[in-house]
Design a protein around this ligand. Structure first.
Ligand code: SF4
Ligand code: SF4
Length: 491
């Protein structure tokens, strides 16, 4: 047995944030009500899109496939409960389909599942297919397909799987409750992930401010060779780069990923979902969400169907509009501000924060940068956030790229400490989106250039072939004429 319960040091470039977790950390997970409608998000990781495979008016059962990723990855989305398809729409004016709306029938009838309890005996390729078809994506926020990440890890030959249970952002207690109440199911999922990734070493990492979850984990890990590592409380302890360095001593160079250094990281809720999908055959249709903030009368940790709207959820928990300053989906630092109550909870939404005064990201009128350097002191990626901000605002994308914009994990630590209240992360997201657009345009232009060159080369070949054929024809005609002449001049 290799269980270690190490306490690790707080690294430099980190923040000590007020916790706010006490409001929900002792509240057991409750099922959220089944509301009249669900708005299942169709947007996928990296700007991808799922296309509905059902028609308006069609009746579906819970767990039935309703949309398929259009990138050919095999990722599928499933109806979170039974009901009638209302339609798909371009949510918030987007041209792309954003949500598939389901009128819930209240019966909660489920389709037949295909559990694979003997998964250890099955071909990993088949298990990966099953995981992809179940729609399991990263629950930490990024929503990268779990099966794709596992296949990449297996191809790179990783030796270490890290299960990230740090949950370092203030207010969030969804993972903590999941571990406290369902640690055996989480560890079942961890074993599935380790098997598929081919990882010889498995570490579960958790912050030391979660003693109940740690105790539950220790019980679930009894007799196991999975290591338990206890992190000090700091922000962002859940950042993959910091976690990998802290736990393995391996530094991830700029532009590289943990798997390039033989490490794969998965969120603890992803592990739970993977176990449910493989061992029990349940597709991803729900997740644990912390609903909290001063402006919520009944905060809690809820098991929520994907597609439940923020408005339904907050109204049910007693939204106090007098106190409400902003709503954030996904936590005060890394989450995004939500102004539309129709916004649905998705697979990467661990928290709905109805923030009152003093909660959420510090706000105020933006002032010019005073070059105090506070942002650089807390940046876990050791970037120069003030420089990135300057390049991003000036549209100097090349300089932003050269200064490591792609290494920014959008943790929000820089914006949190900025005395000038500059929305730094929003600037970085915009610059990254501009870079992605420019890269796509460049790739398309390159593709068009190559296509044009290939066409020109084909036309040149055809011209040359036609010329060769013409000359051969002339030669043959010349020979015939010569033979005819020689016959007429013969005595
Ligand atoms: S913390 Fe804000 S004001 Fe200070 S250097 Fe960074 S961006 Fe400028
Ligand atoms: S958001 Fe990016 S630049 Fe700001 S502290 Fe986090 S990693 Fe650094």
């Amino acid at each position: 047995m290799m269980r270690r319960r190490h306490q690790l040091p707080v690294p430099p470039h980190s923040l000590d944030l007020p916790s706010h977790k006490q409001r929900t950390r002792d509240l057991p997970i409750e099922p959220a009500p089944l509301f009249d409608r669900l708005r299942l998000p169709l947007s996928l990781y990296g700007g991808g899109q799922a296309r509905p495979c059902v028609n308006p008016g069609e009746h579906v059962l819970g767990g039935e496939v309703v949309a398929v990723a259009d990138d050919g990855s095999g990722l599928q989305l499933h109806a979170p409960t039974s009901g009638r398809i209302v339609g798909a729409d371009g949510w918030r004016g987007s041209h792309d389909l954003q949500v598939l709306e389901i009128a819930v029938d209240g019966e909660d009838c489920a389709a037949q599942h295909t559990p694979l309890p003997q998964w250890q005996d099955l071909d990993p390729a088949l298990l990966l297919q099953h995981l992809q078809a179940a729609g399991v994506v990263g629950a930490g926020g990024a929503r990268f397909p779990a099966a794709t990440k596992l296949a990449q890890a297996a191809a790179h030959g990783i030796d270490c799987l890290i299960i990230n249970a740090a949950e370092c952002e203030p207010h969030l207690t969804a993972d903590e409750r999941l571990l406290t109440e369902r640690s055996a199911a989480v560890i079942e999922g961890v074993r599935v992930l380790a098997h598929l990734a081919g990882a010889g070493r498995v570490i579960v990492a958790i912050e030391d401010d979660k003693p109940t979850a740690i105790a539950a984990l220790e019980a679930a890990l009894a007799g196991s060779d999975i290591e338990l590592r206890i992190l000090p409380r700091f922000y962002p302890s859940g950042s993959e780069r910091q976690l990998v360095t802290l736990l393995t001593g391996r530094e991830i160079p700029s532009g590289r990923l943990p798997l390039h250094l033989g490490v794969l990281c998965h969120n603890v809720a992803t592990a739970w979902a993977a176990g449910r999908a493989i061992v029990h055959g349940e597709p991803l249709t729900r997740r644990i969400v912390t609903v909290t903030g001063i402006a919520v009368n009944r905060p809690g940790n809820l098991e929520v169907r994907l597609g439940t709207t923020i408005g339904d959820l907050l109204t049910d928990r007693g939204l106090d509009r007098e106190q409400l300053r902003e709503i954030r989906l996904g936590g005060p630092l890394t989450g995004r501000r939500i102004d539309d109550f129709n916004t649905p909870v998705g697979a990467g939404s661990p928290c709905v924060l109805a923030a009152g005064d003093g909660e959420g990201m510090p706000t105020g009128v933006e002032q010019p940068c005073i070059r105090c350097g506070a942002c650089a002191e807390v940046c876990p990626a050791q970037l120069q956030p003030q420089l990135l901000h300057r390049f991003a605002r000036a549209g100097d994308l090349d300089s932003a790229r050269e200064h490591g914009l792609s290494d920014c994990i959008e943790c929000g630590a820089c914006a949190w400490v900025c005395p000038s209240r500059i929305p730094l992360v929003a600037d970085y997201r915009q610059a990254k989106a501009d870079i992605a657009r420019a890269d796509t345009a460049r790739a398309e232009a390159e593709h068009a250039r190559l296509r044009h060159e290939r066409r020109q080369a084909r036309l040149a070949r055809e011209r040359e072939a036609a010329e060769t054929a013409r000359k051969a024809r002339l030669k043959r005609v010349g020979a015939v004429v010569a033979r005819a002449r020689s016959r007429t001049t013969d005595p």
